[in-house]
Structures are given as structure tokens and as C-alpha cells.
Design a protein around this ligand. Structure first.
Ligand code: ADP
Ligand code: MG
Ligand code: MG
Ligand code: MG
Length: 416
């Protein structure tokens, strides 16, 4: 199969095409007894579940275009190569955080991986009002471990530079982020849409030149500050959860960028889920406790991120930056701690900035979130969305003045 030209998979042909691959057979058993289901909830790629007599696997294949839009929006197959390369690095840097990869075929742009079950997409779970233990801890530690260990704080610099070059090839997916996240929300771009009742707020935001400057400063940071290997698309639709486990999927947008990008995007999606709860409440006020749980997850993401970043700073600072030879070895251990706090403060500011911008683009741009979209009452939906827009503006423009997560959560409660 590796030598034949690329061809999109179909459920009916899947056993013929993949049945001879031993890494798959080992886990599923006899291909003659496979049954294949297509998963329909992703936007970009084909995803199939193979159920065999001995077990199940996931097959994810890129298409030469965006699945949801069709051939009119071409997108390179090479995104599967970036996703595969990101998955194996994330598995190394935070073992157990991502599905195990069983097989990769670059020509066919396909990845065969562990089937996560009984996991569901976190976004769905947040709409249903379900809680998950350790969610913020796992996600905060995932961010700290992958971001720290993919950077010059930790990696041999030749390896980091090779990875920087490798992931710099992910041009088209970065281009999507650069346009859809940082620019389109702030003018009447052709792909945009928003709830009509938001018109007055949208007019105000698009006239806000400080906000536009902020968004462009953040775009510059995303495009130019190659601090570490990012997941690149770390929202609640890229997290799968069960009652006891949290896993991260779908890193095809992986690229070198600023640490705050992943954390900010992730936190933004929780805050929007928070604002959307009133649209999903079984009765007015019924989700009050659940809303506080969502905020507690946001709090835990940052506190576990910073605690784990601190631990890694103290125990794994083996790269070319802030070397112990300059600090601890000279009796300047306190200065190494001061440097750490300064780095964390810079990541914090970026985090708030990216968080704010993400809340804008998910409400005004092309890609919206189900938590808002599924609120049928338009006035109620607009009210929820407007809170996210206003908080996003305050966080992005005010990112240098907001100094703690408690302040962020308080702003979210106040605006509500
Ligand atoms: P896309 O890049 O098109 O968004 P995703 O990687 O997000 O594709 O996968 C689409 C959907 O397939 C996910 O929302 C999830 O429901 C399912 N899925 C993907 N990977 C797995 C996995 N390893 N285990 C179980 N389900 C998965
Ligand atoms: Mg996805
Ligand atoms: Mg873990
Ligand atoms: Mg994807």
C-alpha cells in the first residue's frame, strides 16, 4: 500500500487496503471480520473506527481538501505527517497523554492509532454538564511538559533546530490560524458569521483600534516567537475524556510558537463553555454549581501548568537557556528563580492575550463552537456570546494589568 499513489479510504475498501498491515491485525484480528464505521464529527479529515474480533483501532486520513467544505478548499496531505510527528513527541514528553500511534503511512496520509473508549469529546461533555476528576491537572501538566520539553529550555539545541525546521513546513495550517484567528474577526471577512443580535457589539469591537493592534501583536508573537512545539489546536474538541481519563488528540496544526498559545486557546474554550451554560441549563440557575466547576478547571489548568513548569525548570533545565552554570553553580540559585518568575509572567501575559482573541474568533469568525451554536433562542445565544466577547476584549487588551487567575475568574463572574 505504501508504494501505490494516494487514494482516500472508504469503509468498503478498508479491509482490502489495510488488512495486511501487521500492526493493525495484531490489535484487531482477522480483517475478514472487521466492521468499519466512519466518525463524522471532525472538520478536516476522515476518521474511521475499525472493530475487529480482537479489538478496535482508529484510522485517521487526511484528504487533499477540507472535509467539511470540499474540494474548493484544498489543504495539503502533509498535515498527517505533522500530526504524526507531533503525536510521537507528545507521547515522549508527556507519556500517556495522547493516543498511541500504531502505524503511519506518509503517502496515504494516514495514521492508525489507539481507539479511545469509552471516551467522548470534552466539548460534548461540557454541554451535558458532566464533571471529570483531574481534568485541569492533566491538561495543565500536558501543557507544561510538552511546552517545556519541546523548547530550548530543555532540548539539545541541534534537535530543537531540526524540529523547528521540520514543523516550519506546516505553512498552510499556520496560514489558517494566522487569518482565521488573528485577522478575520476584526473586519468583515468573507468567511465570517455571527449571531445577528450581536451587531452592535461587533461594530464596537471592529472600531476598537487598540484591540486590532493587540490582535496583530499577538499574531506577530504566534508567527515569529518560535519558543516551543505547540499542539496548535488545543480546544475542548481536541480533548477526549472518560470518567477517569483525559487524553489529547488532533495536533495537525503543530508548529513552533509561543507557549501561551496552547494554554490561552484551551482556557478560552472553557470560559466560553462557562458563558454558554445558561443556554443549556435545564431550568434557570440549574447550572450554577457546574459553572463554578468549569472555573475551577480553568484555575487548575494554570496552577498545575505553573507548578509543573517550575518543577521542570528546577530539575530539567538542560538546554541552552538560563544554564545552571550561570546561576546555581555560581551560588545564584535565587536569580534562577527570579528568571523563572519572569518567564512565567511573560507566558501568563501571552496566555491572556491568546485567550481573549480565541473567544472573539469562535464567535465572529468561521469556526464556531457547539456550546454557543446549539442555543436555539437567538437572544439568549447572543447574550452568552456577548459576555465572552467582552471578557475577551478585557483580557487581550488588559493582559499586562491582570496579574492572577483569581482576577480572571472574578471578571468572568462579574460580566455574567
Ligand atoms: P479532525 O482533524 O478532522 O478534527 P479529529 O482528530 O479531531 O479530526 O477526529 C475527529 C473525531 O474522531 C473526534 O472528534 C473523535 O470523535 C474521533 N476520534 C479521533 N481520534 C480518536 C481516537 N484516538 N479515539 C477515539 N475517537 C477518536
Ligand atoms: Mg479535531
Ligand atoms: Mg499524564
Ligand atoms: Mg484537526
Amino acid at each position: 500500500m505504501t508504494d501505490s499513489p494516494y487514494k482516500a479510504l472508504e469503509p468498503a475498501t478498508l479491509a482490502d487496503r489495510l488488512g495486511s498491515i501487521s500492526a493493525i491485525r495484531e490489535r484487531t484480528g482477522d480483517p475478514a471480520r472487521w466492521s468499519v464505521r466512519e466518525v463524522g464529527d471532525g472538520n478536516l479529515n476522515l476518521v474511521f473506527i475499525i472493530d475487529g474480533p480482537d479489538g478496535s483501532v482508529i484510522v485517521k486520513q487526511a484528504l487533499p481538501y477540507v472535509r467539511l467544505v470540499g474540494e474548493s478548499w484544498p489543504l495539503p496531505l502533509k498535515r498527517a505527517f505533522f500530526e504524526y510527528n507531533a503525536l510521537i513527541r507528545q507521547a515522549e514528553r508527556d507519556p500517556g497523554s495522547v493516543p498511541e500511534v500504531y502505524h503511519f503511512d506518509e503517502t496515504q496520509a494516514l495514521i492508525v492509532m489507539e481507539f479511545l473508549t469509552p471516551h467522548v469529546i470534552l466539548r460534548k461533555s461540557l454541554m451535558e454538564g458532566r464533571t471529570h476528576p483531574d481534568l485541569g491537572k492533566v491538561l495543565g501538566e500536558f501543557c507544561a511538559r510538552t511546552l517545556f520539553r519541546g523548547s530550548d529550555l530543555s532540548m539539545p539545541t541541534a534537535r530543537r533546530k531540526a524540529d523547528l525546521a521540520l514543523f516550519a513546513g506546516n505553512v498552510e495550517l499556520c496560514d489558517i490560524t494566522e487569518n482565521l484567528v488573528f485577522s478575520d474577526p476584526y473586519f468583515a471577512a468573507p468567511l465570517n458569521r455571527h449571531t445577528p443580535a450581536l451587531d452592535p457589539v461587533v461594530t464596537m469591537l471592529r472600531a476598537d483600534t487598540d484591540l486590532k493592534i493587540t490582535a496583530q501583536h499577538l499574531k506577530m508573537a504566534f508567527a515569529n516567537n518560535a519558543e516551543t512545539l505547540l499542539h496548535g489546536d488545543l480546544h475542548t474538541g481536541s480533548v477526549m475524556v472518560s470518567d477517569s481519563q483525559t487524553r489529547v488528540i488532533d495536533p495537525e496544526f503543530a508548529t513552533y510558537g509561543p507557549m501561551g498559545f496552547d494554554i490561552g486557546m484551551l482556557i478560552a474554550n472553557f470560559l466560553m463553555a462557562y458563558f454558554a451554560q445558561d443556554g443549556h441549563a435545564e431550568a434557570p440557575g440549574a447550572r450554577a454549581q457546574y459553572k463554578e466547576w468549569i472555573l475551577s478547571v480553568v484555575d487548575a489548568i494554570w496552577s498545575h501548568f505553573s507548578a509543573e513548569f517550575t518543577r521542570l525548570w528546577r530539575t530539567e533545565r538542560s538546554g541552552i537557556l538560563y544554564q545552571a552554570s550561570l546561576f546555581e553553580d555560581q551560588g545564584h540559585g535565587l536569580a534562577a528563580e527570579k528568571a523563572r518568575l519572569e518567564r512565567l509572567a511573560a507566558i501568563w501575559r501571552d496566555t491572556l492575550g491568546f485567550c481573549g482573541i480565541e473567544m472573539h474568533r469562535r464567535t465572529l469568525g468561521l469556526a464556531h463552537i457547539a456550546e454557543y451554536d446549539r442555543i436555539e433562542d437567538e437572544a439568549l445565544r447572543a447574550a452568552c456570546e456577548a459576555r465572552g466577547l467582552m471578557l475577551g476584549r478585557v483580557l487581550a487588551v488588559g493582559r499586562a494589568e491582570i496579574t492572577s487567575m483569581a482576577e480572571v475568574l472574578d471578571l468572568a463572574r462579574k460580566i455574567n
